[in-house]
Design a protein around this ligand. Structure first.
Ligand code: ZN
Ligand code: ZN
Length: 649
């Protein structure tokens, strides 16, 4: 799933495949859309300017895509259905033909040249070659970089200078969905091999077998074509899908349909119409109609389910495709529940608790909700719960629908386990294997590669652009790696600070609890302790020294400790400080200070000698650096005889 934020450093006035406002970036002068998968459309629903350039097929599909984002209206007690579409973009979407370098004037002084290149991913999907102002980048969007496809790119007249080294790409913004060195994703069977395997399997079934292809998103158009031609049958799709592809039959500006899609939707030949391989006729042998609302044939006859997979493990186990690389469910009219904020999630959880009595179902439903909220999209798919209504429903009905989660998952399980003879899988990845990505990068030897699909939480050096592609690049700087390394460094630093500060604060509280039995003062707390610990109640110390807090939080501990250190004994709370508590606190401090090296040492009952021992151990620990927290707490003498204590330390 694309995680790209739309910005290319080489052309900061351009935005690609991500259209939300970015706070520290100026509004774009031009936008590009690579294809219609939903993970590349973010923010497009509310975009009002500037022009968006894309392929003609992408434009026609996008203008007909419909979604049904549902919103909970708690005051009315209903789930409100809304219809979302991109019709308002008709005037902004500007199609550019493939392989045609096209100059775009951004300002009277600023021009770029863009070339759209077929991406081998789904209907209408393209890459963008953008050139101008002495820079050149290739933005791939999503691609399947099969060998034949990379070969065709290196022969493309516009790309030849970059392939032969006359010109150099400054950057390739790459679909890194499967860019890992793991064996599983290293090599994928070519799509043609996958289709060959599928046809061989299909051929073994009786001639009247009904087949259902789980084409859950855009990108299986060629599988439809292959099955249709091989079995000499049209493919039944539901009305929504049929209308989507039908739109490709006639160009909106007149003329015949798109060559790239005529096999799907047909074309006009003289006075007659030659149909494509898709049909709205339910009586055919091949189906890809909506799974939630099967047609009569699918409902009444037993069928063989065909499921595309990414690849197979060495031991032959399938690597499933659904959801991989984004776009899940894009081919159907999606119904989803928007989860804009935590309050909505909380209220929905309360609603579920009210209406679901089975504890296991309840916790399962809550878990599903949590995962949906944590997703980038912040929405829960309702299609999976069987919602096909476009009208409002009551929140009570919503709760009982979400309570059906176990029944649904059990049904899927039954379907899978009993489906051995009734299911076919075949490898057909719409994204590139690592080896294929290497072929593409090697063909152009760009200065740099920038990943467009990154899981920042799991990022490590093994998936850095440097480790994956540096040997195929002509440069050695990888901006994205640097960005993540810096971010990780900051996180690690924050984490170690948090641990240190927590120990400091707890230690301080322990010392406070010991009251007058301790005869040394502690220096200032670091100025950023509240921010780091996200805790604004720093105990009695904070409360009682509130007016003094600024002056005790200087960075210069030395100075602060000498001028404004606070004597612990002044902060003691007589009521709470019992001898037992003090002794326990002292023990804890001793343990903290001396660590495991000295655990069997005797804990002295005399508070005076304890204080003395503590001071010495703290000093020793601080000197040897064995207890980091003490380095931050300036230990100073504050007894009656300052000079003597200093000498002792
Ligand atoms: Zn895609
Ligand atoms: Zn059907």
């Amino acid at each position: 799933m694309s995680t790209f934020n739309g910005v290319v450093a080489e052309f900061p006035f351009v935005r690609i495949d991500y259209f939300r406002k970015i706070s520290d970036k100026p509004a774009p002068l031009v936008c590009f859309l690579s294809h219609v998968h939903s993970d590349h459309l973010q923010g497009l629903e509310s975009l009002r300017s500037p022009f968006i350039y894309c392929s003609a097929v992408t434009r026609e599909l996008l203008l007909r895509i419909e979604k049904y984002p549902h919103r909970m209206n708690f005051s009315k007690g209903i789930l409100e259905a809304r219809k979302q579409h991109y019709g308002h973009l008709a005037k902004l979407l500007r199609p550019i033909p493939l392989n045609t370098p096209t100059e775009i004037e951004l300002t009277p002084l600023k021009r770029i040249r863009v070339t759209l290149l077929e991406a081998n991913h789904c209907a209408g999907a393209v890459m963008f070659l953008i050139e101008g102002q002495g820079k050149a980048i290739l933005y791939t969007g999503d691609i399947r970089a099969e060998t034949w496809w990379v070969d065709s790119l290196t022969r493309n007249p516009v790309l030849i200078p970059y392939a032969c080294g006359l010109k150099t790409l400054d950057n390739i913004y790459l679909d890194t969905t499967f860019a890992v060195k793991s064996d599983i994703y290293r090599n994928f069977a070519p799509k043609a091999e996958g289709i060959k395997e599928l046809l061989e399997k299909v051929e073994k079934y009786p001639k009247d077998t009904i087949f259902y292809l789980r084409a859950w998103t855009f990108g299986y158009e060629e599988v439809w074509q292959a099955l249709s031609a091989f079995l000499d049958s049209k493919v039944h799709v539901d009305r929504y899908q049929y209308d989507l592809y039908k739109a490709l039959t006639v160009r909106s500006h007149g003329g015949t349909g798109f060559d790239t899609a005529t096999y799907l939707s047909g074309f006009q030949l003289g006075n007659g119409f030659v149909p494509g391989c898709l049909t709205s006729d339910e009586s055919v042998r091949l189906h890809s109609c909506e799974p939630g609302a099967f047609c009569q044939t699918m409902k009444s006859k037993k069928s063989v389910f065909i499921t595309p997979i990414v690849t197979r493990h060495g031991n032959g186990v399938d690597v499933p495709e659904v959801g991989a690389g984004g776009g899940k469910g894009d081919l159907y009219q999606l119904h989803e529940l928007e989860l804009p904020d935590e309050i909505t999630v909380q209220r929905l959880e309360e609603l579920l608790s009210e209406h679901i009595t089975d504890e296991r179902v309840l916790s399962q439903a809550k878990e599903t909700l949590k995962l949906a909220f944590a997703s980038r999209h912040r929405a829960l798919s309702l299609d999976e719960f069987g919602l096909a209504e476009d009208a409002d429903i009551s929140l009570k009905d919503l709760a009982s629908m979400l309570g059906n989660i176990r029944r649904l998952s059990n049904r899927n399980l039954d379907e899978e386990t009993s489906a051995d003879t009734n299911s076919i899988t075949f490898p057909y990845s719409r994204h590139s294997s690592y080896a294929e990505l290497c072929e593409l990068v090697q063909a152009f030897r760009p200065k740099e590669v920038f990943p467009c699909t990154v899981d920042e939480n799991r990022w490590d050096e093994s998936v850095s652009m440097e480790s994956l592609f540096a040997h195929l690049c002509s440069g050695s700087q990888f901006v994205h790696d640097k960005h993540l390394r810096d971010a990780r460094g900051e996180i690690l630093e924050q984490e170690s600070k948090r641990i240190r500060y927590t120990i400091m604060r707890d230690t301080r509280r322990q010392l406070q609890a010991m009251g007058s039995k301790v005869h040394f003062n502690i220096g200032p707390l670091p100025h950023d302790i509240d921010q780091i610990l996200d805790d604004h109640s720093q105990g009695s110390y904070e409360t009682t020294t509130a007016t003094n807090s600024q002056s005790t939080r200087e960075d210069d501990h030395e100075q602060a400790s000498n001028t404004s250190s606070v004597r612990i004994s002044e902060q003691r709370n007589e009521g709470k400080s019992t001898p037992v508590a003090e002794s326990a606190s002292q023990e804890l401090i001793c343990e903290l200070v001396i660590g495991s090296q000295d655990t069997d040492s005797e804990v002295h009952s005399s508070s005076t000698s304890n204080a003395r021992i503590n001071r010495l151990r703290a000093f020793k620990a601080a000197r040897t650096g064995t207890f980091d927290a003490w380095n931050e707490i300036s230990i100073v003498s504050a007894g009656n005889n300052h000079a003597e204590e200093e000498v002792e330390l």
